[in-house]
Design a protein around this ligand. Structure first.
Ligand code: ZN
Length: 264
């Protein structure tokens, strides 16, 4: 009974928060290291914008997709390839291990896809023990370093160029972890438009959110949930944006401005 109540409470919290990054299922959240009472620490969810085109009818937008765990969403991947829409993809070591076919498509299209680091095991990059949406944080500077370096090592071992952008699980950080990750040579990828609410939103609202992105926006959504309705909305929004004359760029193509000392 308690377990059911806990799971329901978690689900409600997850949906109402409409987290930018995907959350694991309730069953996966009770790690052995989870503290009984989480201390209050200051977390930030940084914004990121790109240099605008400042040309009417020619909005410049950076699409970013997280591949947290699970599978590849062919609805989105095939649309990106067919429409020749560039994007930045954040992959975890976990996701890479299970999706060699999708990785091959990314690597076959280097003009479209910039691949960046989403960590080793999709653990929030926060260097103090705490819970974020019920997920245990890395909990120490060493564990943050392992999450970042483990993600990068798996990428390089898979034939991907060494990454230099990092986005942590849940897209939340404490300021000291931001400093540590920056000191490792990374810029940290926030966002300005939460496209799919951690892939939990419906197709119509997802399409509307992404298609309404403005000049200079960085959109976050997910490419790893082929059974969720959100992905259908993402794929439609890509076509909508292209029809409006959008210029799609990767994070490395333009100047980027992040707050909380994430890029400067
Ligand atoms: Zn993620």
């Amino acid at each position: 009974m308690n377990r059911i109540l806990l799971a329901s409470a978690f689900l409600l919290a997850a949906i109402s928060a409409a987290s930018a990054d995907e959350l694991p299922s309730a069953a996966q959240t009770s790690a052995a290291t989870t503290p009984a009472t989480a201390p209050k620490i200051k977390l930030v969810e940084p914004h990121l914008h790109i240099a605008r085109s400042n040309i009417a009818g020619h909005a410049r937008i950076a699409l970013t997709f997280d591949a947290c765990m699970g599978q590849a969403d062919e609805r989105i991947l095939s649309t990106l390839v067919r429409e020749r829409i560039p994007a930045t993809i954040f992959v975890t070591a976990r996701w890479l291990k299970h999706n060699p076919a999708a990785l091959a498509v990314f690597l076959e299209n280097p003009d479209l896809f910039e691949l960046e680091n989403h960590g080793q095991n999709h653990i929030p990059a926060v260097d103090t023990p705490t819970l974020i949406y019920g997920i245990a944080s890395a909990g120490s500077p060493q564990a943050v370093k392992q999450e970042v370096e483990g993600g990068a090592a798996a990428m390089v071992a898979s034939g991907i160029p060494a990454p230099h952008w990092f986005r942590g699980s849940t897209a939340k950080y404490d300021l000291s972890a931001i400093g540590e990750i920056r000191a490792m040579g990374y810029r940290i990828a926030g966002y300005s438009v939460n496209g799919d609410g951690g892939s939990l939103l419906g197709a119509a609202i997802t399409e509307k959110r992404i298609a309404s992105a403005k000049d200079g926006d960085v959109v976050i959504s997910h490419i790893n949930q082929p059974t969720h309705a959100a992905g259908e909305g993402v794929a439609k929004a890509l076509v909508d944006l292209k029809a409006k004359g959008t210029e799609f760029v990767r994070l490395d193509d333009v100047d980027d401005m992040g707050d909380d000392k994430t890029t400067e």
